[in-house]
Design a protein. Structure first.
Length: 133
């Protein structure tokens, strides 16, 4: 009985140490394990870097929102491109609603405002908010 209990405790301690130090163990074990198994245990996913010109070529530009003119070479912009999550949401809205880029940006903006309790005209939706004195 004590043997089984002690063997179980040793196994649990080893399992805990492996999970705790997996960031140090996985790079060493990655040489010997399949990549699918290593990817399952790591939470790191490299970021895709799309430049402004790549996003403009993908249709994320218009006359009102010219990516390359405002963010091109020599503009002093430190960002590489637009936010990937925002671009994907605008692309999804364009596909579902069958609208233009500017309309999709407006729909996304209105959704963000509504989520934060703001009407599309900019006034607060909270009935207790003081809007005039």
């Amino acid at each position: 009985m004590f043997f089984h209990l002690s063997a179980l405790s040793v196994f649990l301690i080893i399992a805990f140490l492996v999970v705790y130090y997996r960031s140090r163990i996985l790079p060493l074990a990655a040489r010997y394990l399949p990549t699918s198994l290593v990817a399952r245990f790591t939470s790191y996913e490299p970021l895709r870097q799309f430049s402004f010109s790549d996003q403009a070529a993908a249709g994320m530009t218009s006359g009102n929102f010219d990516l390359e003119a405002n963010n091109g070479e020599g503009s002093g912009e430190s960002r590489v491109g637009l936010d990937d999550a925002g671009v994907e949401e605008v692309r999804r809205i364009m596909a579902i609603e069958r609208c233009t880029f500017d309309q999709a940006r407006l729909i996304r903006h209105n959704r963000i405002l509504a989520k934060n309790g703001i009407a599309p005209d900019g006034t607060p939706l909270d009935r207790k908010a003081i809007t005039r004195l």
